[in-house]
Design a protein around this ligand. Structure first.
Ligand SMILES: Cc1ncc(C[n+]2csc(CCOP(=O)(O)OP(=O)(O)O)c2C)c(N)n1
Ligand SMILES: CC(=O)[C@@H](O)[C@H](O)COP(=O)(O)O
Ligand SMILES: [Mg+2]
Length: 621
């Protein structure tokens, strides 16, 4: 086993050349085996095995800095930097992260998780190196999907002024999570398919490189200057015209070709983009055939590629998918927007049925929101389906383009709450806080699957901005009998008693049901109120609850700061309600990766922790 020889960074450099393809195969088998048990980002990682090996061979880690965009494709890098043992605990609580983490290894120089940050961060490193007079190479690895994100262009624009070497590796597998979209994607395809042109260029460079002494110089000059020869023979003029040298395309499964190109790229003063072509899912047939399904996978059977635990119950995304289909059918003004998350959000069905009213704008949340604002201003009914943590990107667009103009944009905020294995970059625990301060915004959250459907229907008729948040995964199917119509700003009283009022928002209603059952066993009488709206608050209900109970408990899956509970407490204290309020929320800390049930216990929002906190509070009254 060649992989056995890889125990720490740079061990790969000790291998014989003939061992490298064997190592690539063994790494693929290792990843398939491990991820089939733990789950994780398989297809992207299978695609970059040789690319990562070539970078580790061409560069000097940890001195040189490799920055992985998104970071979901960094598994081979982890393997080659002494973290083989970590794969059994991949993305588990207390185990190895699925993303690069500076705290995990000296070879991880920048934490990532959200897309399109690598060129900015790399440029920061390169500039810092210039200023401090240090000597290391900086390499940002960005996918073709991540290159649809606006930040990447802001960084490229800025990178053109760099005087020292900075390598951008464009890992082009012609896929985002699903098919990549947009003009840049088309442009990259045209480069890939222009093979005749490419052969011509390679021929010229190859011939030049065979000319002793002068050949190298001419090639360098070609790369350095904006000569007309270069314009003729090198594709990638988009980058070249920005002042970024373009090299490629290079076969991303040919280690020697990549090493040669990286050495070439290292000699260039300024920013250079190396265009590498890879195959997403390479080496595992089910992942090659279904790269989107194996982008991020649950544990699966290696033989068949099928999930080990087939889903029995519908998840919130299935419910969203169904209601969107119905709305699309009923109302031709309904349009749906996603920032590259059609699969995850459940918009695929809408896309297939109403392609002309479906927009995948690429990994461009800021643009998605302002684009939706434009659609709304022109009289359509846009629904932006977006993960809570990714919507953080678009704070100003929501405020400036949607809320100030009071436009009827619906935000379907998916993955709201703890998401689990992706960890701190992906936990959707800030949206109530960052949205509730925006005038004109309405915030709602359903208690169960039927209410999600009712709320989306309500939202589509709503005439001002509205955000509906719901969690990742299985939809709650309890409390079916409680389906009072949705009324703007009004909560739903589920059980009306005395002693304690449990006022739960969205996903926490389910937990509150369990807490109430346990408190009942101790003879505590608890009301259960489904808040439905975090903004505006149901003030009438709050005043009433304050009068009728000895303790108010708010429950939410969001950070405390700026969250639902804080607003309730503030309101009750402003009206001198005189009743104690216990806020159940996540304390103001980032929550790491792990199983959601474990994380809930860790942050104290599981039924048991809440039950204990309530008893302690009540006894102290
Ligand atoms: C801001 C943001 N939006 C969405 C995502 C979700 N996301 C993760 S990877 C990915 C696709 C990336 O495609 P690409 O960069 O080409 O990498 P590949 O998986 O193809 O290697 C998306 C949309 C994200 N991580 N960050
Ligand atoms: C890396 C990334 O950002 C996505 O692939 C994310 O992991 C998807 O998460 P879900 O599994 O919740 O769709
Ligand atoms: Mg890609």
């Amino acid at each position: 086993m060649v992989l056995e020889k890889i125990n720490q960074v740079n061990d790969i450099k000790k291998l014989e050349p003939q061992e490298l393809p064997i190592l690539a195969d063994e790494i693929r088998n290792f990843l398939i085996r491990k991820i089939s048990v733990t789950g994780g980002h398989l297809a992207s990682n299978l695609g970059v095995v040789e690319l990562t090996m070539a970078m580790h061979l061409a560069f000097d880690l940890p001195k040189d800095k490799i920055i992985w965009d998104v970071g979901h494709q960094s598994y081979t890098h982890k393997l080659l930097t002494g973290r083989k043992e970590g794969f059994d605990g991949l993305r588990k609580y207390g185990g190895m992260s699925g993303f690069p983490k500076r705290a995990e290894s000296a070879c991880d120089c920048f934490d990532t998780g959200h897309s399109s940050t690598s060129i900015s961060a790399g440029l920061g490193y390169a500039m810092a190196r210039e200023i401090s007079g240090e000597d290391y190479k900086v390499i940002s690895v960005i996918g073709d999907g991540a290159l649809t994100g606006g930040m990447a262009y802001e960084a490229l624009n800025n990178a053109s002024k760099l005087k020292s070497n900075f390598i951008i590796v464009l890992n082009d597998n012609n896929m985002s999570i699903s098919e990549n979209v947009g003009g840049m994607s088309k442009y990259l395809s045209s480069i890939r398919t222009a093979s005749a042109y490419q052969d011509l260029k390679n021929g010229v460079i190859d011939s030049l490189s065979r000319i002793p002494v002068y050949g190298e110089k001419i090639i360098r000059n070609i790369h350095k200057t904006k000569s007309s020869i270069k314009q003729l023979v090198i594709p990638g003029m988009y980058f070249e015209n920005m002042g970024i040298v373009y090299l490629g395309p290079v076969d991303g499964h040919d280690i020697s070709a990549m090493i040669r190109t990286f050495h070439e790229a290292s000699k260039i003063e300024g920013a250079v983009l190396v265009h590498v072509i890879t195959k997403k899912g390479k080496g595992y047939v089910p992942a090659e055939r279904h790269p989107a399904r194996f982008h991020g996978t649950e544990p699966f059977d290696i033989e068949t590629g099928l999930p080990l635990k087939p889903r029995v119950k519908a998840n919130y995304q299935d419910i969203f998918s169904t209601v969107m289909r119905k709305l699309g059918d009923r109302d031709p003004k309904v349009v749906a927007i996603t920032a590259a998350m059609a699969d995850g959000t459940g918009l695929k069905r809408f896309r297939n049925m109403f392609p002309e009213r479906f927009f995948d704008v690429g990994i461009a949340e800021e643009h998605a929101v302002t684009f939706a604002a434009g659609l709304a201003a022109a009289g359509l009914k846009p629904i932006v389906a977006v993960y809570s943590s990714f919507l953080q990107r678009a704070y100003d667009q929501i405020l400036h383009d949607v809320c100030i103009q009071n436009l009827p944009v619906v935000f379907a905020i998916d993955r709201a709450g703890l998401v689990g294995s992706d960890g701190e970059t992906h936990q959707g625990i800030f949206d109530i806080s960052y949205l509730s301060g925006m005038p004109n915004m309405t915030l709602a959250a359903p208690k169960n699957k039927w209410e999600l459907s009712d709320m989306i229907k309500f939202a589509v008729k709503f005439e001002t901005p509205i955000a509906i948040r719901y969690p990742r995964g299985e939809a709650y199917d309890g409390l079916k009998e409680f389906r009072a119509p949705i009324v703007f700003g009004k909560s739903e009283i589920i059980y009306d008693e005395c002693d304690i009022a449990l006022i739960a928002y969205g996903s926490m209603v389910k937990t509150a049901v369990e807490v109430r059952e346990r408190l009942k066993a101790l003879d505590y009488h608890c009301s259960l109120i489904n808040a439905r709206f975090a903004k505006p608050l149901d003030e009438e209900m709050l005043r009433q609850a304050a009068k009728e109970h000895k303790l108010i408990v708010t429950l939410e899956e969001n950070v405390l700061s700026g969250g639902f509970g804080e607003h309730v407490t503030e309101y009750l204290s402003a009206c001198h309600a005189g009743v104690p309020v216990l806020n159940i929320a996540i304390s103001d800390e980032y929550v790491e990766h792990g199983n959601v049930d474990i994380l809930r216990q860790e942050v104290g929002i599981d039924a048991d922790s809440i039950y204990k906190k309530i008893i302690a509070e009540f006894i102290g009254l």
